[in-house]
Design a protein around this ligand. Structure first.
Ligand code: UDP
Length: 371
């Protein structure tokens, strides 16, 4: 469906408060927000985006908010107290949303943070919460559960494996406490590459939960160059890897735009995905597939739901470098066209847009049954 219709929604997106859109600090949720925005706009919905000052998102206008960035949940302990800096950017973003909420049918929250969940009952406008990571803290689990009970249908996640990480205690909730929405990419932005160079790729934030060291070790053992792309989030961690593997055939390329990234990624024989944590989805997996690049990933979390073992990549025993090396040796069994095909059939923007639109409409309907 294109063009405005009577079902056209007025949407207000609230971005992640851990970094500017375009900085890479927010990880995959930056791309997810962009993709949903693109598709909702294409379908004729009205959309405004509230995000940290300095954010850039293609040609979308942004209501830029000043303040101190929020600390990322994955760098804190499970029992960490809820933590906010003075002049909190997150609080300022939600103050902005409070003031303008009357102009919208629905607010969509992309922050993995306690505050927006806590504020939900105080808003008149319904709020859809897109949860971008698995369970990381007790406080977050608790508030997500509370909102799931009080506002059924308003919690959306990427995958089933991600949903299973949340230890929900209430007997009022069953397995359908959240909507599993998956992800998708604008396939027109990713070119299929049939003949790669003899090299591998690793993509993501350079941070301990991504266990880049396993990919470096595998590249060293397999004797094949590894190109590393992504936001340098933890310098000390990267230095430690360089010290541990001084002779590994690896090169840190930097943080690239989607256009440049897909150009480089397509030229690789495979992409290694080595997360130590339960990856909620792994947008990089579907970006690789879109370029025709097979994905070698640990059999855990989102990637295990994406990769078709033996067809569009390989799923190996979690945390096994040997498993990665064995899979690298079997890459000639994969038809790169199958990878692109899987991205086209399962991860198109249209398919993601259908699920999102349905979710948004249902929440709006539940909040205003008479409209
Ligand atoms: N990415 C990028 N440029 C790069 C490397 C990565 O824009 O050079 C993006 C990539 O497109 C993806 C994100 O970084 O959207 C990583 O997201 P993913 O879902 O894989 O993991 P997360 O960071 O959310 O844990």
């Amino acid at each position: 469906m294109t063009g405005k219709s009577i079902n056209s929604l007025k949407l207000l997106f609230l971005s992640t408060p851990v970094g500017q859109l375009g900085s890479g600090l927010g990880g995959g949720v930056e791309l997810t927000l962009y993709n949903i925005a693109l598709e909702m706009h294409r379908r004729g919905h009205h959309l405004d985006i509230v995000a940290p000052a300095g954010s850039r998102l293609d040609s979308f206008p942004i209501k830029e908010i000043a303040g101190e960035l929020q600390i990322t949940a994955q760098t804190q302990e499970r029992d960490a107290l809820i933590c906010m800096p003075g002049n909190s950017l997150l609080a300022n973003m939600w103050e902005c949303a409070r003031q303008i909420q009357g102009n919208y049918d629905l607010i969509v929250n992309f922050a993995y943070d306690w505050l927006p969940f806590y504020l939900t009952p105080f808003f008149n406008c319904p709020i859809a919460h897109f949860v971008s990571m698995g369970s990381l803290s007790d406080a977050m689990d608790q508030i997500v559960e509370q909102v799931a009970i009080q506002f059924p249908g308003t919690i959306g996640l990427y995958t089933k494996s991600q949903a299973e990480t949340f230890a929900l205690k209430s007997s009022e909730l069953n397995s359908s406490w959240c909507e599993v929405l998956g992800s998708g990419v604008d396939l027109s932005l990713y070119d299929f590459c049939a003949s790669p160079a003899p090299q591998l790729a690793w993509l993501g934030r350079i941070a301990p939960e991504k266990a880049l060291e396993d990919a470096v070790a595998a590249a060293q053992i397999a004797g094949i160059p590894l190109k590393i792309f992504g936001k340098m989030q933890d310098d000390a961690y990267w230095k430690q890897i360089c010290q541990e593997y001084p002779d590994a055939p690896v090169e840190y390329m930097g943080f690239f735009s989607t256009q440049k990234l897909q150009e480089q990624l397509g030229k690789c024989q495979a992409m290694l995905m080595t997360p130590r944590w339960v990856e909620a989805f792994g947008n990089v997996a579907i970006e690789a597939l879109a370029c025709g690049v097979p994905v070698i990933a640990y059999r855990r979390g989102g990637p295990a739901e994406i990769v078709q073992d033996g067809k569009t990549g390989f799923l190996v025993e979690p945390d096994s470098v040997e498993g990665l090396v064995n899979a690298i040796k079997r890459l000639d069994e994969i038809d790169r066209l199958e990878c692109r095909r899987q991205a086209e059939t399962e991860y198109s923007l249209e398919a993601l847009g259908d699920r999102m639109e349905q979710w948004f409409q249902t929440i709006k309907q539940l909040a205003n049954p008479s409209s």
